[in-house]
Design a protein around this ligand. Structure first.
Ligand SMILES: O=C([O-])CC(=O)C(=O)O
Ligand SMILES: [Mg+2]
Length: 231
C-alpha cells in the first residue's frame, strides 16, 4: 500500500525553531548520543544550519516521483527527509525541486541518496544534506509513501520529529522528547561556555574536569628526566 498522510502531528513550531540555536553535536550529546544519521550524509555546500519538522518520503531506488507528491504536504518550517528503499546514487533532488519546496517555506532537505545541481543550490542558499552528489537522473514510475515512519541513513524518522543539521551532519529528535531535550541542550551549552572560558584563560582540562586522580587510578605515571640522560 502506498499512502500519503496529510497534516501529521508536528513538533510545535517554537520548539522546533529553538533547536536552531544548538549544533548537531550538542543535540546528539544531550540526547545521550542517539539520533545521529550516518555521517556519510554531508552538506552539499558548507555553512548551513537548520532545524525544522520532518516531512518523510520513502522512495523507490532511482525514482523521485514521490518527492513531487511530498511537496504539496510541506509547509513553513518543515525539513524534507528522503530515504530510498534500497541504496541509490541517483540525483533525486536538484534546483527545481528546491525552488518548489523553498516556495513552501521548507528549511532544507536530507536525502540518503544523490543530490544534483549543487552550484545552483549554493547560489540559492538552499541547504541539502546528501549521501552522494550525483547527476544520474531518476524516473517517475513507482509509488512510495509520504509522512509514514522511515529509516533514513540508519535512524528512524517519524513525520513531525525535529531534524537539526549543520556542518557536522544531521540529528533527529523524536517529537515527544523535543521539549525536554531543549532544556538539556541549554544546560550542556552553559557548561561548555563555562569550560571554554576557563580554557581560554589557560586552565587545563586535567584540572577543570578533575581528571588527575582518575588518571592516576588507571595507572598513569609521570617520570622526570634524569639530568644525566641529557644527550
Ligand atoms: O528534476 C529532477 O529530477 C531533480 C532535479 O534535477 C531538480 O529538481 O532540479
Ligand atoms: Mg535539475
Amino acid at each position: 500500500m502506498s499512502i500519503v498522510v496529510r497534516d501529521p502531528h508536528r513538533t510545535d513550531r517554537a520548539t522546533a525553531d529553538a533547536f536552531a540555536a544548538f549544533g548537531v553535536a550538542t543535540v546528539h550529546e544531550a540526547q545521550h548520543r542517539t539520533g545521529l544519521l550516518d555521517p556519510a550524509l554531508r552538506p552539499v555546500w558548507p555553512g548551513a544550519h537548520i532545524a525544522g519538522t520532518a516531512v518523510t518520503v520513502s522512495v523507490p531506488p532511482g525514482d523521485n516521483w514521490m518527492i513531487h507528491v511530498a511537496v504539496e504536504q510541506c509547509r513553513e518550517g518543515d525539513v524534507l527527509v528522503i530515504a530510498p528503499t534500497s541504496p541509490s546514487q541517483a540525483g533525486y533532488f536538484g534546483d527545481l525541486l528546491a525552488t518548489a519546496v523553498a516556495a513552501r517555506g521548507v528549511r532544507g532537505v536530507v536525502v540518503d541518496a544523490g543530490c544534483r545541481d549543487v552550484a545552483d543550490l549554493r547560489r540559492m542558499g538552499f541547504p541539502v544534506w546528501a549521501r552522494h552528489i550525483c547527476a544520474f537522473g531518476t524516473v517517475k514510475e513507482t509509488l512510495g509513501e509520504v509522512n509514514t515512519p522511515i529509516v533514513c541513513a540508519g535512524q528512524r524518522v517519524e513525520p513531525g520529529d525535529v531534524v537539526v543539521a549543520d556542518d557536522d551532519g544531521v540529528v533527529v529528535v523524536p517529537r515527544r522528547s523535543a521539549p525536554a531535550l531543549l532544556g538539556a541542550c541549554r544546560t550542556r551549552e552553559e557548561k561548555e561556555a563555562a569550560n571554554r572560558a576557563r580554557y581560554a584563560r589557560g586552565e587545563l582540562g586535567l584540572d577543570v574536569n578533575a581528571m588527575r586522580e582518575r588518571l592516576a587510578r588507571k595507572g598513569l605515571t609521570y617520570t622526570d628526566r634524569e639530568p644525566t640522560d641529557d644527550h
